[in-house]
Ligand binder design. Structure first.
Ligand code: TXE
Length: 481
């Protein structure tokens, strides 16, 4: 997989150029541990140049462009993404270590975000407000200006789609800082956007380390909004930095999302979702369902059936396209192994299988299903971010809610039950930004507002809701007598 662009450059003002320091960072293929490319080590100087380019775009062609025209460019971009599906999927699979089919799905999701926000660009409207006689009052939705986007390594294309897509549709100019572990598709996206007709400076991409390029972006006084997806620890730093400049921030910080399985559930329908929501992308998913809560009377049966499904899971290189690939890095593998070491070996119900002859430098972990640590155990409380699921029993609806809501997170939850009243009650009482009934994740749902409460963060991305987040509201009160 050789990118069609030079990945060691930054993309600023519609052109590729070396970063100011001239230094580069390695791109490691997590499936093999081998370096496959170099990316720029962007710094505060590059971020500053990107913000300047974005400001120039706003006072030039991009800022003057009518909304429908922005939509057309996004629509073209969506088509170009689909036209490059093979290259982009291979690039993402190699860079992130995700199985090729999952990487292809991410390409399709990126195209869907472009399509959705293309269609929405000229449909965001203000209101007229009934006021006193002699006045006409209305609201205008205006772009923030230059928006900063800090993206993690687990779903680069999807997260870029949901945040940059909405920001461009509403007329902001973006500076994107992808994760140092997986930058390639961010750079590819910028190249395609340029070719789709996006004016220079409307989208700038500066790869680099979080503590350098990332911190410089969040602290830059020219940035008017920050969208961040990543860890709680970094999210806190990002929010503190944006507080200095008093700019709004959207934080999506992962979770410990539960699926609640009641005795009356259709277990055949539930089972694939119970397992897949935990192991997709090797569990490195913000909305991963890492806790399965099961009504006591069917607990043993669900444990057995999930264990059987786990034993059939295979893990191997991204290009082998098995159920799970490697973890992103040796560091992430170490984190997951430390959590696994906390488990009582007798509680590990099942492990998946590692494919034979794995490349020795890859960061592989066989998925693990762990039964019954106490709900307050770190395994049942903390985000592990690996292919590990915890399965716990509950006694009744009240107990289920207590355990489900008993972490500091609140991103996603699901309820498996045929009982309509229970579905509605739980949908109201579960602490989460999204609740699914008899499904999980709704296949990604680009149309569906997404975000969390508690340590999972605040603000909403995806769907139409993101358009409100990426605009600021102006009220105009005209007195005409
Ligand atoms: O995250 P970071 P890491 C969780 C997951 C994982 C843990 C650590 O539990 O084990 O976080 O992952 C940039 N100012 N999630 O270390 O540090 C960084 O360059 C500005 C959940 O990768 O949060 C990258 O682009 N930016 C999550 C992005 O922040 C900074 C997805 C994420 O990195 C910065 C990823 C700084 N000071 C990890 N420091 C999810 N919600 O899905 C780093 N960055």
């Amino acid at each position: 997989m050789t990118p069609w662009f030079d990945p060691s450059l930054v993309f600023v003002g519609g052109a590729w150029r070396p970063c100011a320091s001239g230094e580069t960072l390695p791109v490691i293929d997590p499936s093999t541990g081998v370096e496959i490319a170099r990316i720029a080590r962007g710094s505060a100087t590059d971020i500053d140049a990107a913000v300047t380019a974005a400001e120039a775009a706003l006072s030039g062609d991009w800022g003057a462009m009518p909304a429908f025209q922005r939509g057309r460019i996004l629509a073209r971009l969506g088509q170009m993404v689909l036209d490059h599906i093979d290259q982009l999927a291979q690039m993402e699979a190699t860079d992130v270590g995700k199985p090729l089919t999952q990487a292809r799905n991410d390409v399709i999701a990126l195209a869907r975000y472009c399509e959705f926000y293309a269609g929405a660009a000229d449909k965001l409207m203000g209101e007229t407000i009934p006021f006193q006689p002699g006045f006409t009052v209305y609201t205008l939705r205006e772009p923030h200006g230059v928006t900063g986007h800090i993206v993690p390594w687990n779903y680069p294309m999807q997260i870029i789609g949901r945040s940059v897509g909405a920001a461009l549709a509403t007329g902001n100019a973006c500076v994107l800082k992808p994760a140092e572990e997986a930058c390639l598709t961010a750079l590819a996206f910028a190249d395609l956007a340029h070719k789709a007709g996006l004016p220079p400076g409307a989208l700038n991409v500066v790869p680099g380390l979080g503590a350098e390029a990332g911190a410089a972006l969040t602290a830059h006084p020219g940035i008017r909004h920050i969208s961040f997806t990543g860890s709680v620890a970094t999210g806190r730093r990002v929010q503190a930095a944006t507080a200095e400049n008093v700019v709004p921030v959207t934080l999506e910080l992962g979770g410990k999302s539960p699926q609640l399985v009641f005795a009356d559930a259709d277990l055949n329908a539930a089972l694939p979702f119970l397992v897949n929501a935990g192991i997709q992308n090797a569990g490195q998913t913000c909305s991963a369902s890492s806790r399965i809560l099961v009504e006591r009377s069917v607990y043993a049966e669900v444990c057995d059936r999930m264990a059987e499904a786990y034993r059939a899971l295979t893990t191997g290189p991204a290009m082998a396209d098995l159920r799970t690939g490697p973890l992103i890095s040796a560091r992430q593998k170490g984190i997951v192994e430390r959590y696994l070491a906390m488990a009582d070996p007798a509680h590990i119900l099942a492990r998946g299988q590692l494919a034979p002859d794995l490349p020795p430098g890859g960061h592989y972990i066989a998925p693990a299903l762990i039964a019954g640590p106490a709900p307050d155990h770190p395994l049942a409380q903390e985000e592990i971010f690996g292919p590990v699921q915890i399965i716990l029993p509950f006694e009744d609806e009240e107990d289920a809610i207590r355990i489900a809501n008993g972490t500091l997170y609140g991103l996603v939850a699901s309820v498996w039950s045929r009982h309509g009243g229970r579905q509605m009650r739980l949908a109201k009482r579960l602490r989460a930004g999204q609740v699914f009934i008899n499904n999980y994740g709704a296949a990604g749902g680009v149309e569906l507002p997404f975000g969390g409460t508690g340590l999972s963060g605040h603000g909403r991305e995806k769907g139409f809701e993101a358009l409100y987040a990426f605009t600021t509201l102006k009220t105009v009160a005209a007195h005409h007598g």
